[in-house]
Design a binder for this molecule. Structure first.
Ligand SMILES: Cc1cc2nc3c(=O)[nH]c(=O)nc-3n(C[C@H](O)[C@H](O)[C@H](O)COP(=O)(O)OP(=O)(O)OC[C@H]3O[C@@H](n4cnc5c(N)ncnc54)[C@H](O)[C@@H]3O)c2cc1C
Length: 279
């Protein structure tokens, strides 16, 4: 799984499968269900810490063309949930449709972004969603705006397989879209640690308190390391893989940070990162 995560960490999956289309996906899920095999849907793997012993069962990736298409209609786009976020922004810009620029620089896929309600700095993708098509168990369902709940880095979509989504965009000159994307990317480059493998922010910002990076910083934890994993010097809520970090290194470092922050500030930092598989 180290080849499928931005952390470049994680042991093997029993089976890594890319369904050819929705029918193929249904067959795989049916097979998994009838043989009591676990399954996990992966997007770009940019929010995952996968254990060193890997993942039992099927890891399913919607990376094939059937899940990567876009259809533009007026000021909306219907997109497959396997599409990469940067590709979606660029395709929309080609149609002079904006509204997604705040997502520039966020790695991963549309499916992952919707599940996590990804965003930056104060906007999130959930605000743009009109409808989602998903598999709930083996049933294909459509969820409209009124059935969807998005909050800070979370949604009510856990447990479903997201197939496609319809997003509301806005007419904008392509040049303006590109300029705004460039501005956002530059801002991100300044504050985020992009030179090493990571999952972005490790912890959620606690509500009613300073952001997680500031609390970690106050505990003087920049640069603290366990094995190949270290707290970034540039962004204190990033843990970086210095090249040979194991999942256990990262997990131990996470535990240390939580303990120290709790001791010094009586705040228990919660994970934004998803811990998957066997450690
Ligand atoms: C350098 C860097 C910068 C980042 N900056 C930001 C930022 O500014 N803002 C932000 O919000 N995030 C940021 N992130 C985190 C991450 O990119 C987002 O959370 C992203 O949306 C995750 O998408 P993914 O496709 O990689 O999901 P994954 O990591 O593959 O999966 C995340 C979750 O989504 C689920 N999932 C994925 N696809 C589907 C699907 N089709 N159906 C059902 N479930 C699915 C998975 O099962 C898992 O539970 C950053 C990460 C990095 C590495």
């Amino acid at each position: 799984m180290s080849r499928h995560t931005t952390f470049k960490i994680g042991g093997p999956a029993d089976v890594f499968v890319c369904p050819e289309d929705a029918d193929d996906l249904l067959d795989i899920l049916r097979y998994a269900g009838s043989h009591k095999i676990d399954h996990f849907i992966i997007g770009g793997g940019s929010k995952l810490l996968v254990g060193d012993k890997g993942i039992r069962g099927f890891v399913i990736s919607l990376c094939t063309p059937a899940f990567n298409g876009t259809v533009f209609d007026g000021e909306t786009v219907s997109a497959g949930c396997g599409i990469k976020i940067h590709e979606l922004i660029n395709k929309a810009a080609e149609e002079s449709l904006g509204g997604l620029e705040f997502l520039a620089g966020i790695p991963g896929t549309l499916g992952g972004a919707l599940t996590m309600n990804a965003g930056w700095p104060s906007k999130a993708i959930g605000d743009l969603v009109e409808e989602i098509t998903a598999l709930k168990g083996l049933e294909l369902i459509k969820l409209d705006r009124s059935e969807l709940k998005f909050s800070y880095r979370s949604s009510n979509l856990d447990g479903m397989v997201l197939i496609s989504a319809k997003l509301k965009l806005e007419k904008k000159p392509k040049d303006n879209i590109e300029a705004e994307m460039k501005k956002n990317l530059e801002k991100k480059r300044k504050i985020q640690e992009l030179g090493y493998p990571s999952v972005g922010s490790v912890f959620l910002n606690p509500s009613g308190s300073s952001p997680a990076w500031e609390i970690i910083d106050k505990c003087r934890l920049r640069g603290k390391s366990v094995g190949g994993a270290a707290v970034s010097q540039k962004h204190a809520n990033f843990i970086i893989n210095r090249g040979n970090a194991s999942a256990s290194d990262v997990r131990e470092l996470i535990d240390e940070i939580q303990k120290i922050v709790f001791k010094e500030h009586q705040i228990m930092l919660k994970l934004e990162t998803k811990l998957i598989g066997d450690f």
